[in-house]
Design a binder for this molecule. Structure first.
Ligand SMILES: Nc1ncnc2c1ncn2[C@@H]1O[C@H](COP(=O)(O)OP(=O)(O)O)[C@@H](O)[C@H]1O
Ligand SMILES: [Mg+2]
Length: 421
């Protein structure tokens, strides 16, 4: 057996095993620290990241890997995922069958048209969601055998999460925070500065700017829930890097990567993350229109009644902005290897990766997009809102102000800290 590491992440490493030159299985290992190449990889790829792979607690690793194994087991029995061959509970290692296809991400890099790719992925997502939502009891009991359940989080926890995302973003990207640190004599890059201390500094920094606290975000999130579907299946890792493209059978769903499966509210999270694929090269009203049409088709395919579709479409921009902020904070923490890997530009670790400017470019593209989405959907006068009103004439007017308030909360925060212009 020969093994080729495919990816080294902070959570897990993924490795391909082959026999006589033929790939046979893939192993996902939730203890990167125990991997025989850890020391080497750490030096090569993560020397600029303090605490690489040591931040997650053991409990968290156990629960992520169990959930992944449980979902693989259930979803492969339904034909949506590669077969779970073995789950080693002690080593937190998952062995699954090898999928002899390119991911959509790789297929796009090799020339598959992004519009076509996105349409296919939206249809894959709809099939997966429809199945899981329609068989929730069966799914829950199947994964219960692995000792895991799929939980929903409350509005307070959700607000706390996004509050943290804003802090992380400011920590890495805000020039105003840089100035604040200089003034206060804080050495931001001091490796001894632990996360709690960083959080305290950021709280004081936000207070000094007079930014609204987490409470008002909680209220917005509670409001949003009144319009959300409450108990839907959320994959949490939907995207071109985790869906495979089969040119011979383009409608066939094959998915991987399930440690973040949970239950709604937030029925649009996966959809937004698949549609993101259309918008990653920048903002254009044409693409906004395409993506709205795809969203409509998705809602029809999963069985949302016709009269509720305007409401679901009207809520999309709020989820868009939230998910862009999640991406921005996660990108701001990554190094160029992790960003290139997420962009599908590294297939395995034998390929060199380009270092210069990868991160800067990724951050710039994301902040540009976020700015434009906020501008387009943040008010009644925005181009996006106007288009939405035209295409979806009977969207709920109250929903408009909820979406505007949401966007305003994030936009004004990130403008004050000058992460956005
Ligand atoms: N069963 C598989 N068959 C083929 N390729 C796989 C398989 N599992 C993972 N990969 C490849 O490894 C990459 C990382 O795997 P994934 O489970 O998504 O881990 P991560 O959490 O690092 O994203 C995928 O994007 C895909 O290219
Ligand atoms: Mg993945």
């Amino acid at each position: 057996m020969i093994s080729t590491p495919l990816s080294f992440g902070r959570e897990a490493t993924v490795e391909l095993f082959s026999r006589s030159g033929r790939p046979t299985s893939v192993v996902k290992d939730y203890w990167p620290q125990h991997h025989r190449l850890y020391g080497k990889m750490h030096r090569e790829l993560f020397s600029n990241v303090p605490f690489y792979a040591t931040r997650l607690t053991e409990d968290r690793r156990v629960s992520l890997s169990r959930k992944e194994a449980a979902l693989l087991s259930y979803l492969s029995s339904q034909g949506f995922a590669p077969r779970l061959r073995e789950y080693d509970q002690r080593k937190l290692r998952i062995r699954m069958s090898y999928v002899p296809l390119e991911t959509f991400q790789q297929a796009i890099v090799s020339g598959l048209n992004p519009l076509e790719a996105t349409e296919l992925m939206v249809s894959h997502l709809a099939q997966l969601h429809k199945h899981c939502n329609g068989n929730m009891a069966e799914l829950s009991s199947a994964i219960g055998e692995f000792g895991v359940g799929i939980r929903t989080i409350n509005a307070e926890r959700e607000a706390a999460k996004w509050d943290n995302y804003l802090r992380t973003t400011d920590f890495y990207l805000s020039p105003v925070f840089e100035d604040y640190c200089q003034d206060q004599g804080i050495d931001k890059d001091d490796p001894k500065l632990n996360e709690d201390r960083i959080r305290e500094h950021l709280s004081r920094f936000h207070d000094s700017l007079g930014l609204p606290g987490r409470g008002s975000l909680t209220v917005l999130m509670q409001e949003e829930r009144k319009f959300s579907l409450c108990s839907t299946f959320i994959w949490g890792e939907a995207g071109p890097q985790n869906l495979f493209y089969d040119p011979e059978n383009p409608g066939k769903v094959m998915a991987i990567d399930f440690p973040r499966v949970r239950r709604g509210p937030g029925d649009q999270v996966d959809l937004v993350n698949v549609l993101y694929n259309l918008h990653r090269d920048g903002f254009s009203l044409n693409e906004e229109y395409e993506s709205l049409q795809m969203a409509r088709k998705y809602f029809e395919s999963v069985g949302i009644p016709e009269e509720e579709i305007p409401l679901r479409l009207g809520l999309l921009p709020a989820t868009r902005v939230k998910e862009l902020i999640r991406k921005l904070q996660s990108t701001s923490r990554k190094n160029s290897y992790e960003i290139s890997r997420a962009q599908g530009k590294i297939r395995d670790l034998s390929e060199p990766y380009r270092n210069g400017g990868v991160k800067e470019t990724a951050i710039m593209n994301l902040t540009d997009l976020l700015e434009q989405v906020c501008e387009a959907y943040g008010s009644e006068e925005g181009e996006g809102t106007k288009m939405l009103r035209e295409v979806v004439p009977n969207s709920n007017p109250f929903l408009g102000s909820l979406v505007f308030n949401f966007i305003d909360y994030f936009q004004s925060h990130l403008s004050r800290t000058e992460v956005l212009r």
